[in-house]
Design a protein around this ligand. Structure first.
Ligand code: BES
Ligand code: MN
Ligand code: ZN
Length: 502
């Protein structure tokens, strides 16, 4: 884990292995950003010219390393592009700083200590730079021989952030708690499915919750059978690794509002008897990213001390084909009492979520948000970086979308058109688990809506696109698990605590 410190030392005098400065894209070439004055001075005011000689323009994503001149303690100056932003009157946006810090941290893997001398005006900038650096420094090396491999940047020192300034200190502490939990969610997503079974996931959640005083309750296969959780059991019954329903409760106070989070936790989605073909199953360890996100969010909310109660429900199962697996044509009796005809065992996420949503609804929370890598159709609609937001309340859907935008997560509001419901009519059961192919992401949302308790405000985040990043890393986004939606969920909890919502 990468350490974070705030320092009032000068950028040139702090003992570190590298010093990170910002460079913006100006009309006439690169422009050194505020925060790097002392470093620029050591270059006799010629840092921008030196960078331009090396081909730097200040474009976003660009990193340029320069050996330090006399007078700078760190051996290397790393200039990171901030893009073409307003250079004088406007402050740098949070996402610009977050991405730049992430690019710098990635370029500094293998380095012990880096001083970040990026522009800081307010505590929001402290938070953004800390988040970007700590998320960018992430590496998943648990299954590799790391001898010789570059470990993550070990220490981030933020210059210009004042340790005695209460707002700066709180911003850094929030960023540290949040990013450590996001990185833990990434670890869970990246852990291979032979090791991360539902039971193993429940054990990780239990241990983490105990550390921060969050209450845990785990229902195993026997308890699920006794409780009548036909959806979770139906999906899990083909696997040797039995399903679990984990409840994590962070209670701030009795009279605080309550936000319930429900996560899809399919530790491996083979498709079941409706088996996925090769080419579609290699990354299906990521199908528990929703559960990892709500787990990270509840632990982060507890660590930050948000004045709201947060309950997270992790619906954990492995979707495998076998002699004991659910067949296409089977009818499941769900926890809500409704019956579902399983037409396609690969539409399993909605089955485990339905039981967890109904269970969460029984406690009458002020709002429910579920998070799931639910449909390939949502990826077709929105691409690989944007999650879909559906809801039974227009204002709540808008609020979630806007909060996501504020924290730098891409999302888009999607409708739940009632006319798609009839496609799920079943001749045998109350509903089928599949409907029309067109609008498949919305069909899945409509299915879930039927398992939300009467009168409860609910939103559904389909993170199938952004949960797992297969391309080259960029900004603070690594290859593999991303921790998608955690920042949105924690900010939503904070908004509810502020009385702005719910
Ligand atoms: N886990 C998948 C959705 C998914 C696909 C997530 C690709 C991430 C990347 C889900 O369980 C699934 O298989 N959905 C089916 C539903 C269909 C059978 C109605 C789909 O999207 O094809
Ligand atoms: Mn599936
Ligand atoms: Zn799935």
């Amino acid at each position: 884990m990468t350490a974070l410190t705030l320092s009032t030392a000068g950028a040139a005098t702090l003992r570190a292995d590298a010093v990170v400065v910002g460079v913006a894209k100006g009309d006439k070439g690169p422009v050194v950003a505020p925060g790097a004055e002392a470093v620029d001075k050591a270059f006799d005011g010629q840092l921008a010219a030196v960078l331009e000689t090396l081909g730097a323009t200040g474009a976003e994503g660009e990193v340029t390393k320069v050996p330090s001149p006399e007078g700078v303690k760190a051996a290397v100056v790393l200039a990171v592009g901030l893009g073409a932003v307003a250079l004088e009157d406007e402050a740098y946006g949070a996402e610009t700083l977050r991405r730049a810090a992430g690019n710098a941290a990635r370029a500094l893997s293998g380095t012990k200590k880096a001083a970040f001398a990026l522009p800081i005006e307010a505590s929001e900038d402290v938070e953004a730079i800390a988040e970007g650096a700590l998320l960018g420094a992430y590496a998943f090396t648990a299954y590799q021989d790391t001898k010789g491999a570059k470990g993550p940047l070990a220490e981030v020192a933020l210059l210009g952030a004042k340790p005695r300034d209460k707002a700066h200190k709180a911003a850094a502490e929030r960023a540290l708690a949040l990013t450590e939990e996001i990185n833990r969610a990434r670890d869970l997503v990246n852990t291979p499915p032979n090791d991360l079974t539902p039971e193993a996931f429940a054990a990780v959640a239990t241990a983490a919750a105990k550390e921060v005083g969050v209450k845990v309750q785990v229902l195993d296969d026997k308890a699920l059978a006794k409780g009548g959780f036909g959806g979770i059991l139906g999906v899990g019954q083909g696997s040797q690794n039995g399903p679990r329903l984990v409840k994590l409760s962070y209670t701030h106070s009795k009279d605080a509002k309550t936000l319930a989070l429900v996560g899809k936790g399919i530790t491996y989605d083979s498709g079941g008897i409706s088996l996925k073909p090769a080419g579609h199953n290699e990354t299906m360890k990521c199908d528990m990213a929703g559960a990892a996100a709500v787990f990270a969010a509840v632990i982060a909310a507890a660590r930050i001390g948000v004045e709201v109660n947060v309950t997270a429900w992790l619906a954990l199962a492995e979707n495998m084909p076998s002699g004991s697996a659910t067949r296409p044509g089977d009818v499941l009796r769900m926890y809500s009492g409704k019956t579902v005809e399983v037409l396609n065992t690969d539409a399993e996420g909605r089955l485990v979520l339905a039981d967890a949503l109904w269970k969460a609804s029984e406690e009458k929370p002020d709002a429910i948000v579920d998070v799931a890598t639910l449909t390939g159709a949502m990826m077709v609609a929105l691409g690989n970086r944007t999650f879909g937001v559906m809801a039974n309340d227009d204002a709540f859907r808008t609020a979630v979308h806007e909060i996501a935008e504020e924290v730098g997560e891409l999302s888009w509001p999607m409708p739940l058109p009632v006319e798609l419901r009839k496609g799920m009519d079943s001749p045998t059961a109350d509903i089928a688990n599949m409907g029309e192919r067109m609008g498949g992401g919305l069909v899945a949302g409509l299915f879930l809506k039927e398992f939300v308790g009467e009168g409860i405000t609910w939103a559904h985040l389909d993170i199938a696109g952004p949960a797992f990043h297969e391309g080259a890393p960029y900004g603070y986004t690594p290859k593999g698990g991303t921790g998608s939606s955690v920042r949105t969920l924690v900010k939503l909890a904070e908004r509810i605590a502020d009385g702005d919502l719910g």
